[in-house]
Each structure stands twice: as structure tokens, then as C-alpha cells.
Design a protein around this ligand. Structure first.
Ligand code: G6P
Length: 616
């Protein structure tokens, strides 16, 4: 989850690396560092604790000059947030520098061995072990590439590693082990780039080569030579990525999260583009690569994901079970991978992941493969690892880059794509007729404009409510059925960015515990659209009122009963019950955003979190 950028070419590396890191800072912001090489000045290291701006200020006072450089933003795993622990790390000779994303699982064992050889350590990080190991083998091999190759053979865990050596200023060497982090190489005119993520280099080139697991690349100004760790040559032509870098910028909004909330109508529409035929009542998911026969044979689906994406999986269960009558189990990927699951024949794994790089989700996909179960990925990041390893799919969200650490548009787009998938399955299995599918498609098509209207109306209302409630210490979110995951998501958004303790609960369960927490201070956000479970939800609202809780209800426009029972109502347009979560979550995103803003929190980069979690 750390950010990595490297450059070799005719330009000053410092500017290219720092601007690349700026695009990746959402990945980790505990510290930042850069190493630049120049024949006259040698290797120059600059590191700084805290956000990238600290490093930028440091570089203004003490610039680093040269046309070869690597940089890193850190999300601490081993060792405190200190300058010594910031990357890059050097070997004992000082000629080799290394940056890493991931975890060296056996670093303690390696560190003990290296210390016994008399090598002094200056940090507590696992990455310094890699630097010293490479240094050790460099002394024998006399070249960086074979030295790194030997070091890699001893590492356990998942890592993306980039290294350079002052004695070999014509190259950067990069490698990938496991799924902990991607490595993408950008090929320019007489210059090359390397990064952990596409947006870091998209300003310079769109011709990209992705390293696969257990591959190593020697990157020069002219391009990249790729080999497996075993030394076999790999031929891989660059792919051209169509993203617009401007979409990755914040535009007129104060925060990326705000921008991304407002982008939802567009993202929802893009998720549908080219995938539906309303006239004939058909869904086309060309990318799925599973034909009707395969879809008909399916006996069960395992939805797996982490964080917000896991909530999308919970909603998808309702969609798929109700529309296509296929049973769905939903697992946290971090649990699935270690619980020795019994998957059985005719199963399918559905991985939900915005980044396509979350290590637990990738491992869950691997577990499925090991048991002969194919996987599909519902994924946003084009060319990401999940997109590449999925057997069927990737079903791309087409939501555009999501920068805010708290996921918003990727979540609602996941719900759209999951709905399309459920309809596609229903189509193959005959559980819905074309005319019924046509009705669902109509509801889908109407959703983007309903979302736009909702954002416009709910934003000022949520700002007012945030003004009223931003000082509370706790909040409870309640929903039932398909809106229970939305209660979880509303609570997650609030705690992620405002640091208010919040819990999501199935409303019917409230009386078995959380009701004890309710007092006149506590806002209880009740999601109560007029669906078949509405009367029960109203009873739950009454129960909260009876304990003097402050009820903020999310309900349908024109619902006077709800308006009479709640302290505050945020109204949402009505849609089909299974699609209602797409709209219901939007006021919860806005509420969390405005509460965090009012509390002066760092909305886009909340403390301790990272956008793509490539460690376990
Ligand atoms: C982190 C992010 C969340 C995200 C989760 C899963 O925790 O902060 O916003 O939902 O990872 O990420 P993925 O990229 O797999 O959707």
C-alpha cells in the first residue's frame, strides 16, 4: 500500500518522481523519501516524516539533482513513523538503495543472519533487510540484477521492490513477488518510468508493461527487459491505457471524496454503457467470458472482498439470490483465505475490489483457483492484478480513478455491476423473462438522474445535520434486509473519516444489545424506504424514540408517516427495492463527509488508513 515511483531519462528525476508520488499519496502518508543519482553528486537521499509536502519542503531547501531516481510514500508496517524508517533504505556500502511495498514475512530471521555477519542496521524496517541482502550478493556478483535475484529467492511474503545502484547509473531494477503490490513500467521516448500504480506515470506515457508475480525488470532509458526470477526471458509488449489524467485531478471540489460523491451519476451511467439492450430485455456482459451453459450450471457463488467492497458483496447476495435464485455466501477475504473453505463443484468466486490490488482479496481468488473454482472480478482499476487473474471478467466498473481513501463512487458502481450480473444470470437461467428484465433495466437507466437529483437535494440537508451532530461521540446506523449492508457502510464511512465511533446493525437485532447504548445524545440513522419490510422498520424507529434516541431517517419522498416519527428525514427517490441501496447510501456518504469536514478532519487521507491495502 505504499507508493513507489522511479524514473530514468533525460529529465531531472526529482520533479518526475515527486509529481508521481503526489498522485499516489493516498496509498500511504506516514513518510516519504527519494534517492537521486548524479555522477558528480553521487547518491542523494532525502527523507521526511509525514505527508509528501514535508519532503517537498525539504527538497526546496536541499534539492537532489540527477536523471535517475526512485521515491516512496510509506504506510508503516514494521517500525515507527520516523525518518530512519522512511524509504529508500541503503545497503551497508551505501551504493545500493531499495524501496519496497509489501511485507518481508521472514525479515527477522534474515535480519539476525545479516547482523551475525556484522552488518549494522539503522532502521526497524523489513525493507532494510532487502537492501543489505542485495548488498551482500552484490559484493559477490558485481552486478545489481543477479544480486537482487539472489536476494529475492530468500524473501517470503508479497513484495514490490525497486532498487538502484550508484555503480550502475544506467538502470533501475524492479521486481514483484506475490500479490502484495503491483509494478507497472511506463515506456516513453528515451525515458522510462516505474510505479506501484498507473496514475503515477500517466502524465508521461500511456504505454505500460505490468510485471507479473515472480518477475524482474531491468529498466533503462530505452525500455525494459523482463525475466522470470528463474532467469527466463519474458516477451511482453506494452499495453496502452485510455485513462484521462485530468479525471484524476480534484477539479473544483474541496476534496476528492466530495468530487467522487458528485461523480456518482456519471459513474452509474458508465457502468451501464454498452451492457444493456432495453428493447429486447437483454444484458450483455461480453467481458464475463462465461457462457449461458456455464451460468446455468452454477450451484453457488462466493462473494468475497474487504471493507466497503465487502458491503457491496452483501448487497449483491440479495440481488443474485432474489433475481437469479442462486445461493450466495459472502466472506471477508481475509477470513475466506484461511478458513479452509469447502467450495464444491459448480461454484464461482466473485471478487469485489476497487483497486484490484487488495492482497486478501487476491489471495481469496487464489484459494478458489486452487480448489478448481473459477473467479470473476468486479473491479475498477484497469489492468490491476485482480482484473488480470480473474478467469471470467474483469467486469470493470468504469468509475474512473477513485482517490479519496473512503470509497464512494466505486461502491455504488459495484452495486450497479452486481445488479447487471444478477440480471445476466437470471437471463441465462430463465428466472426472469425478457420483459421482466426490461423492467429492471428501465429502473437501472433511471438511477443516474435520480442520484443526481438526490445529491443536489441531500447535500445542504446533510450539511445542516452535520452542523447539529458533529460533536457526538457515537452513532448507530440501522437497516433491514438489503439495507442492512447500507447501515454498515454508513457507519464505516462516518468512522473512517470523522473518527466518531459508529456501528451498523440489522434493525431487528437492535433490541438484543445496541438498544442499551441509546440515550438522548445518540443519533440513530434509520434507513426506512417503503419496501416490504417497512412496517417492521417503523416499529424499530418507535423503539429508538421510546429510548429518547435522535432519529435521522432515510426514507422515500412524500412519506409522511416517517416524517412524523423521526426527528429528521432525508428523502431519497424511490426505485426498485433491490436498487434502493444505491440511492440510500448517498446521503450517508454526504453526512459522513460534512461531519468530517466540520470536525476539521483530513477527509481524503484519514489517519492510519490507506487506499489499497497490499499487506495482510
Ligand atoms: C481499504 C480502503 C477501503 C476499501 C478496502 C478494500 O480499506 O480504505 O475504502 O473498501 O480497502 O479495497 P478494494 O480496493 O479491494 O476495494
Amino acid at each position: 500500500m505504499c507508493g513507489i515511483v522511479g524514473y530514468i531519462g533525460p529529465r531531472e528525476a526529482m520533479g518526475v518522481v515527486v509529481s508521481g508520488l503526489q498522485r499516489l499519496e493516498y496509498r500511504g502518508y506516514d513518510s516519504a523519501g527519494i534517492a537521486v543519482y548524479d555522477a558528480a553528486a553521487g547518491l542523494q537521499l532525502r527523507r521526511s516524516v509525514g505527508k509528501l509536502q514535508g519532503l517537498v519542503t525539504r527538497l526546496q531547501q536541499e534539492p537532489a539533482s540527477g536523471q535517475l531516481g526512485i521515491g516512496h510514500t510509506r504506510w508503516a508496517t514494521h517500525g515507527d513513523v520516523t525518518e530512519q524508517n522512511a524509504h529508500p533504505h541503503r545497503d551497508a556500502s551505501g551504493a545500493i538503495v531499495v524501496i519496497q511495498n509489501g511485507i518481508v514475512e521472514n525479515y527477522l530471521e534474515l535480519k539476525t543472519r545479516l547482523i551475525n555477519l556484522g552488518i549494522p542496521f539503522v532502521s526497524q524496517t523489513d525493507t532494510e533487510v532487502i537492501a543489505h541482502l542485495v548488498g551482500l550478493y552484490y559484493a559477490e556478483e558485481g552486478a545489481l540484477e543477479p544480486a537482487l535475484r539472489r536476494a529475492l529467492a530468500e524473501l517470503r511474503g508479497g513484495n514490490a521492490i525497486v532498487a538502484l545502484c550508484a555503480h550502475e547509473p544506467e538502470r533501475i531494477v524492479a521486481a514483484r513477488l506475490g500479490n502484495a503490490g503491483g509494478v507497472v513500467i511506463g515506456i516513453g521516448q528515451d525515458e522510462s518510468f516505474v510505479a506501484s500504480d498507473v496514475p503515477a506515470i500517466l502524465d508521461h506515457t500511456r504505454d505500460l508493461i505490468f510485471l507479473e508475480d515472480r518477475e524482474l525488470a531491468v529498466i533503462t532509458r530505452e525500455g525494459a527487459t523482463i525475466t522470470t526470477l528463474a532467469g527466463e526471458r519474458v516477451q511482453r509488449a506494452p499495453v496502452t491505457i485510455p485513462w484521462d489524467p485530468i479525471a484524476a485531478a480534484r477539479g473544483d471540489f474541496t476534496h476528492f471524496m466530495e468530487k467522487e460523491i458528485h461523480e456518482q451519476p456519471r459513474a452509474l451511467m458508465d457502468a451501464l454503457r454498452g451492457r444493456i439492450d432495453q428493447e429486447r430485455g437483454l444484458v450483455h456482459l461480453e467481458d464475463l467470458r462465461l457462457d449461458d451453459a456455464a451460468l446455468r450450471k452454477l450451484d453457488r457463488i462466493y462473494a468475497t472482498a474487504c471493507g466497503t467492497a465487502w458491503h457491496a458483496g452483501l448487497v449483491a447476495k440479495f440481488m443474485i439470490e432474489q433475481l437469479a435464485r442462486v445461493r450466495v455466501e459472502v466472506d471477508y477475504a481475509s477470513e475466506f483465505r484461511y478458513r479452509d473453505p469447502v467450495l464444491g463443484a459448480d461454484a464461482l468466486l466473485m471478487a469485489f475490489t476497487q483497486s484490484g490490488e487488495t492482497v486478501d482479496t487476491l489471495a481469496a481468488m487464489e484459494e478458489a483457483r486452487a480448489q478448481g473454482v473459477p473467479s470473476i472480478a468486479i473491479v475498477n482499476a484497469i489492468g490491476s492484478q485482480a482484473a488480470r487473474v480473474a478467469d471470467g471478467g474483469p467486469l470493470y466498473l468504469h468509475a474512473g480513478p477513485e482517490i479519496g481513501v473512503a470509497s464512494t463512487k466505486a461502491f455504488t458502481s459495484m452495486l450497479m455491476v452486481a445488479y447487471l450480473f444478477a440480471l445476466r444470470l437470471a437471463q441465462a437461467r430463465g428466472t426472469l423473462s425478457p420483459s421482466q428484465i426490461g423492467t429492471h433495466l428501465q429502473a437501472l437507466v433511471e438511477l443516474p438522474s435520480k442520484a443526481a437529483r438526490l445529491i443536489e437535494q441531500a447535500a445542504p440537508r446533510c450539511r445542516d445535520l452535520a452542523e447539529r451532530y458533529h460533536r457526538v461521540g457515537d452513532a448507530l446506523f440501522l437497516g433491514r434486509q438489503v439495507n442492512y449492508p447500507i447501515a454498515l457502510e454508513g457507519a464505516l464511512k462516518l468512522k473512517e473519516i470523522s473518527y466518531i465511533h459508529a456501528e451498523g446493525y440489522p434493525a431487528g437485532e437492535m433490541k438484543h444489545g445496541p438498544i442499551a447504548l441509546i440515550d438522548e445524545e445518540m443519533p440513530v440513522i434509520c434507513i426506512a424506504p417503503r419496501d416490504p419490510i417497512y412496517p417492521k422498520m417503523i416499529s424499530n424507529v418507535e423503539q429508538v424514540r421510546a429510548r429518547r434516541g435522535q432519529v435521522i431517517a432515510i426514507g422515500h419522498e412524500g412519506d409522511e408517516l416517517l416524517a412524523a416519527k423521526a426527528h429528521h428525514v432525508i428523502t431519497v427517490p424511490a426505485t426498485l427495492p433491490l436498487l434502493q441501496p444505491v440511492l440510500n447510501v448517498i446521503p450517508l456518504q454526504l453526512f459522513a463527509y460534512y461531519v468530517a469536514l466540520r470536525r476539521g478532519c483530513d477527509v481524503d487521507q484519514p489517519r492510519n488508513l490507506a487506499k489499497s491495502v497490499t499487506v495482510e
